[in-house]
Design a protein around this ligand. Structure first.
Ligand code: ACO
Length: 325
């Protein structure tokens, strides 16, 4: 089995910033409530002509440049998204075309906020077994398109963005472990009711605002803390390590209180936790992807460091992986 690591990173955040102050004018909320309850100060919004594949393409180009590869070098493209440009074709196929990555096999995966960790785990299998040499893995979302801007319970939380990595064989280190979990019995805690085969789009579904995210935040909060901590513990153990060996945790950025409660369970100090929630809110699969990219750019990840990616989302789904940089 080949050792597989991350050999390039990239990100793209749309220019438009939506601050908590701006949200105060849209719904009955306050900067104080949003900041103390979630840790979010602002988030990014796509431009009207920007679809998920456009965000993905900009992040992917940066990752390819960072890996010093050409689009034609890529064998596999996996895009993790719950906000595709359209039901089909996949964002991965649209991205392949935009990049000119003509040799790549392309597909999307739907694993909500854990999508990036899921996609890394899938790509790793292909490369470690020698089926493919280079994979492009992207977490890209335009959650603003499925957010109910009249619902203060959810609209303060989400944002748009994309992060990308290139995976390839490495001489040492790389992905040491990847652990994934799912529980479909909790499907009603976070979902979009309409627009699929269960409830196809009609005038009524639009009038009833059923194409937007519905969430039971409180229940999810408790499950997120428990399951992210458990996922981290399993991934750390499978890598033959202990919690104290982790140099940097890159968690899904749903709520700063979830992240800090999870870190407390793992007895990890705050200095070891990477946060970008303040700037971007929850971008589902793009949160862990952009956080990883920014941590690398800022020099927070050094050669030999042990990095823990840890995510949780709708499904329910969760996952963690340990990477030796
Ligand atoms: N502004 C002001 N007040 C608000 C707002 C708001 N934006 N939103 C809710 N409130 C009110 C509520 O109405 C409630 O008022 P009440 O007590 O009079 O009924 C009060 O604030 C407390 O509400 P809670 O829901 O108990 O607040 P909580 O502390 O749980 O925070 C939050 C809510 C931020 C949603 C939190 O529960 C959370 O982060 N949950 C997890 C989200 C998550 O992890 N999602 C999964 C990943 S996302 C993905 O997969 C796409």
């Amino acid at each position: 089995m080949k050792k597989v690591g991350i050999i390039g990173t990239g990100e793209y955040l749309p220019k438009k910033v939506l601050t908590n102050a701006a949200l105060e004018k849209m719904v009955d909320t306050s900067d104080e409530w949003i900041t103390t309850r979630t840790g979010i100060k602002e988030r990014r919004m796509r431009a009207k002509n920007e679809a998920t594949s456009d965000l993905a393409c900009k992040a992917a180009k940066q990752a390819l440049e960072d890996a010093r590869l050409k689009p034609q070098d890529i064998d596999l493209i996996i895009v993790a998204t719950i906000t595709p440009d359209m039901p089909f074709p996949s964002v991965a196929c649209l991205l392949q075309n935009a990049l000119g990555a003509t040799r790549a096999v392309c597909f999307d995966i739907s694993a909500a906020c854990a999508g990036f960790v899921y996609a890394i785990s899938i790509a790793r299998q292909f490369i470690s077994r020698g089926a493919y040499k280079f994979a492009l893995v992207v977490g890209a979302e335009t959650l603003s398109t499925v957010t109910d801007w009249q619902d203060r319970n959810t609209c303060v939380l989400f944002g748009d963005g994309a992060g990308a990595v290139v995976l390839g064989e490495v001489k040492s280190g790389g992905i040491l472990s990847a652990y994934l979990g799912s529980d479909g019995s909790k499907k009603d805690l976070l979902y979009i009711p309409a627009g699929g085969s269960r409830m196809p789009s009609t005038h009524q579904t639009v009038d009833e605002r059923l194409h937007y995210i519905k969430m039971q935040g409180n229940e999810l909060f408790k499950l997120a803390v428990t399951l992210m901590a458990e996922a981290a513990q399993v991934a750390i153990k499978e890598a033959g390590l202990e919690c104290k060996d982790v140099d940097l945790v890159i968690p899904h950025q749903a709520n700063i209180r979830i992240i800090l409660a999870m870190a407390k369970k793992l007895k990890l100090p705050r200095e070891k936790i990477y946060l970008n929630i303040e700037k971007y809110g929850n971008m589902s699969s793009a949160s862990t992807a952009t956080a990883l990219c920014e941590a690398v750019k800022e020099g927070r990840v050094k050669k030999g460091d042990i990095v823990l990616l840890d995510a949780f989302g709708a499904g329910l789904v969760w996952g963690a992986c340990i990477i030796k940089w």
